[in-house]
Design a protein around this ligand. Structure first.
Ligand code: NAD
Length: 290
């Protein structure tokens, strides 16, 4: 059977080191601050925001929540972001997605100051990722990279298949793995015969949002399987995209849902916020190489 990659444990372990870095910042008079902007009443978004705020408290990041009704106008939201951009106590700005349909998401993301864009969705940060510069890597794929590293998994030269091509998970995931010299294929909803691709993967990262999409016959024996999916079933259970019980018999490593990538996403948000504060304090440069 496969080794279970315990994202919850890795995220908790990271917190000790993060607390120490925050203490060092506070000694220099800097307390990392994260502004979290939530528009509307989407229940899943509210849960995610609550978790992020709680995690901030646990390590010593000052989080400031800004909640707005779904009826807020584009202009009002952009004015708010402008204020957060100018506020020296705010090192990170996170706008929880999805936004209501009348809001111009692209415009919102481009209004966030790139040096405070801890989600890494600003075009500037996306571009940095493309050319292999690490400013603020998007939290979910960044968390996957940490899980792979923590589990001692070699990336260079290996076949990686990423299932899912979204801007927030699949595409940045593929770019980060390319930066580490993996051979990467990206599959998506229009891919013909998905299994013909996934079976080639030494490392399989699945972020499609489809329960049971990946079954054992699609997985190479000994593969590393990272399940990013979060799906709520009719009976209320939360599952990933991978048939966990089936695939764990074939994989060498597998991340569970819940308790795999989810906690790491939050850990990397804390990480990016601390990095931003460290840059402000002058103890870190503006970018790192991958
Ligand atoms: P998305 O809906 O934006 O993108 C899904 C991608 O999967 C698309 O590229 C689509 O083409 C592809 N896809 C859909 N059905 C497919 C199929 N049958 N075969 C192959 N590819 C298929 O979703 P997203 O925002 O990228 O999120 C993906 C999943 O990851 C969701 O379940 C989401 O809840 C989860 N997620 C988890 C975390 C976390 O912290 N663990 C963070 C973000 C998203």
């Amino acid at each position: 059977g496969a080794t279970i990659i315990d994202g919850k444990a890795v995220a908790l372990k990271m917190r000790d080191e993060q607390r120490a870095r925050i203490e060092a910042l506070q000694a220099r008079g800097v307390t990392p601050g994260l502004a979290v902007v939530l528009v509307g009443e989407d229940p899943a978004s509210s849960i995610y925001v609550r978790r992020k705020v709680k995690a901030c408290e646990a390590v010593g990041i000052k989080s400031i929540s800004h909640r707005y009704p779904a009826t807020i106008s584009n202009e009002e939201l952009l004015v708010l972001i402008g204020k957060l951009n100018a506020d020296p106590n705010v090192h990170g700005i996170l706008v929880q997605l999805p936004l209501p349909a009348h809001i111009d998401m692209a415009k919102v993301l481009e209004t966030i100051a790139p040096e405070k864009d801890v989600d890494g969705f600003h075009l500037y940060n996306v571009g940095a990722l493309v050319v292999g510069r690490q400013i603020f890597p998007p939290c979910t794929p960044y968390g996957v990279m940490h899980l792979l590293e923590h589990s001692g998994i070699e990336i260079e030269g290996r076949n990686v298949v990423v299932v899912g091509a979204s801007n927030i998970v699949g595409k940045p995931m593929a770019l980060m793995l390319m930066a580490r010299d993996a051979t990467v294929a990206i599959c998506h909803a229009k891919t013909r015969d998905l299994g013909q691709w996934t079976i080639l993967a030494d490392i399989l990262v699945v972020a499609a949002g489809v329960p049971n999409l990946i079954v054992p016959q699609m997985v190479k024996t000994g593969a590393v399987v990272i399940d990013v999916g979060i799906n709520r079933l009719a009976d209320g259970r939360i599952v990933g995209d991978v048939d966990f019980e089936g695939v764990r018999k074939k994989a060498s490593h597998i991340s569970p849902v819940p308790g795999g990538v989810g906690p790491m996403t939050i850990a990397m948000l804390l990480e990016n916020t601390i990095i931003s504060a460290e840059r402000t304090a002058g103890i870190r440069g503006p970018a790192d190489e991958f």
